[in-house]
Design a binder for this molecule. Sequence first.
Ligand code: B1M
Length: 213
Amino acid sequence: MEKWNDLYEAILHGNMDMAITVSQTALAEFADPKSLIDNYMTRAMEEVGRRFEQQEAFVPELLMAGRAMKGALEILKPAMQGEVSSQLGRIVIGTVKGDLHDIGKNLVGSMLEGCGFEVINLGTDVSASQFVETVRDNAVDILGMSALLTTTMSYMEEVIDALKTAGLREKVKVIVGGAPVTEEFARQIGADGYSENANAAVFLAKSLISHES
Ligand code: B1M
């Protein structure tokens, strides 16, 4: 059994108390938070999703797993935020309208924050006008959108169109992500970048900022 397998089991079975306790123990033993997330927590969520697809798990199980994952992330978050010497840029992120999935988006936000970006997190179910107003009023460098549903990912294009209508498209870089989103889809809708996971989102954001200056 791998060392922190209890964390995988806790999230898979939606046991938030156990997920929190194991995360605390792991940090006390100097485990790397990123590897806990990648090797145990995200894998558990993938397994919950697989079971849901196979009708071996249902919405309450998704909810409980999501709650356990969030509880553990709250414990790990402070340990992911290293020394930040300068502000790299300002990013607004949100999950698009109609979509309530926020675990991955929050993970991306925490990693960006930990790596020196100022992050404005608009939450879930974010409309095009909320994105546009936030970009307009806050001198935002990058707009990041997340979608977990095939039915909501198309809304990303509506947000990009709304930015164009507001005359803001050239002022901000747009990045997209989420399980159903692909590099090709990002290109099709006219985004500036796509990333598969939170680590890659940080690299992408840094590279877009450095090309700007
Ligand atoms: Co839902 N759900 N869900 N769900 N859920 C999925 C997405 C699903 C794939 C499950 C399945 O069928 N296998 C399926 C979508 C099918 C599809 O569209 N093709 C699904 C469904 C159908 C639904 C409902 C419709 C179920 C129902 O009610 N009948 C419903 C929809 C509600 C709504 O949004 N309107 C629903 C509801 C829920 C819960 C609320 C119960 C819960 C969410 C809790 C929460 O987020 N607060 C939930 C959960 C937990 C899941 C699964 C199991 C796990 C999602 C997750 O948190 N993953 C999911 C199955 C799966 O994804 N395997 C599923 C862990 C997270 C770390 O990964 O979010 O992918 P992820 O984020 C990654 C990358 O994608 C990327 O980086 C992150 C970190 O590495 N990334 C970005 C994400 N955003 C990014 C943005 C970026 C860059 C990278 O730049 C800006």
